[in-house]
Design a protein around this ligand. Structure first.
Ligand code: BTN
Length: 220
C-alpha cells in the first residue's frame, strides 16, 4: 500500500477531514497537530492538545481491521521501548493505563481509521503518555511511520495469532457491556478466528462481537 501523508495544524477532527476528501484514496493519511473536537469510540471525547499523535488513515474495510491496527500501534510503541498491550478490542494500555485509542468509521465501503496516541501528556488520570513511560525519545512523525509500516506487516501474517500474543485481556476477569443494559461478566477465555472475545458466562461460553470491556482484576 502506498501512503500519502497530509499534515494539518489544528482541525475539528482528522476523521472529518478524511471523510470530506474526494476521492477517498486508500493509503491517504491525515495527521493534525491538535483537534478541537476529537472523538473516541462510543461517543466519548478524545482530548487532543498539541503534543499528541492524531491521525486518520483511509483503508479498505476488513472485518479484522480493528485488531490489525491495534496490533500495529502496540508494536510501534514497543519499538519505542514501551511495554504496550491491548485491551480487547483495541485500547492500547501500558500497565493498565490507556496510552492510545483507535476509532474506525465507515465511509462508502472505505474505512476511516483514527488513531490517537498520548505523547507529551496524559489528558486523564487513568491514562498515560509516551514521555511518562520511556526515556527514549520518538517524534510524532517517526511514530506514525512506524505504525504505518506495522499495519502493512499485519497483512502478511496471521493477525489473530499476532493479536492474541499482545492481548492483556486473556485470562482476566472482565465485564463487557454488549448492549444497553446488557453485560457479561466472567473470565476472558480466548479470541476466536473472527476476533470475537470468548467469555465464560457461568459455565457457558459467550461469544462477544463488540462492546466496552473492563478488566475487573487488578493484575496489570
Ligand atoms: C478511543 O475511544 O479509544 C478511540 C480514540 C480515537 C482518537 C483518534 S485521534 C485521531 C482521530 N480523530 C478523532 O477525532 N478521533 C481519532
Amino acid at each position: 500500500m502506498k501512503t500519502r501523508i497530509v499534515h494539518a495544524a489544528c482541525v475539528s477532527s482528522t476523521q472529518d477531514v478524511a471523510r470530506e476528501m474526494m476521492p477517498r484514496e486508500i493509503g491517504t493519511v491525515i495527521v493534525a497537530d491538535a483537534q478541537e473536537k476529537g472523538r473516541g469510540r462510543r461517543g466519548h471525547v478524545w482530548l487532543s492538545p498539541r503534543g499528541g499523535l492524531y491521525a486518520s488513515i483511509l483503508l479498505r474495510s476488513d472485518p479484522l481491521l480493528s485488531l490489525r491496527v491495534g496490533v500495529a500501534v502496540a508494536r510501534a510503541l514497543q519499538q519505542a521501548g514501551i511495554v504496550a498491550r491491548l485491551k480487547w478490542p483495541n485500547d492500547v494500555l501500558v500497565a493498565g493505563k490507556k496510552i492510545a485509542g483507535i476509532l474506525i468509521e465507515a465511509a462508502d465501503g472505505t474505512a476511516i481509521v483514527g488513531m490517537g496516541v498520548n505523547m507529551d501528556s496524559a489528558p486523564l488520570p487513568a491514562a498515560t503518555c509516551i514521555v511518562d513511560e520511556t526515556r527514549a525519545s520518538i517524534t510524532r512523525d517517526a511514530l506514525l511511520d512506524s505504525i504505518l509500516q506495522e499495519i502493512q506487516i499485519t497483512y502478511e501474517e496471521d493477525i489473530i495469532e499476532a493479536y492474541r500474543a499482545l492481548c492483556a485481556t486473556l485470562g482476566r476477569t472482565v465485564r463487557v457491556n454488549i448492549a444497553a443494559g446488557k453485560e457479561v461478566t466472567g473470565i476472558a477465555l480466548g479470541i476466536d478466528r473472527d476476533g470475537h472475545l470468548l467469555v465464560d458466562d457461568d459455565g457457558a461460553t459467550c461469544t462477544i462481537a463488540g462492546g466496552d470491556c473492563v478488566h475487573l482484576d487488578t493484575r496489570v
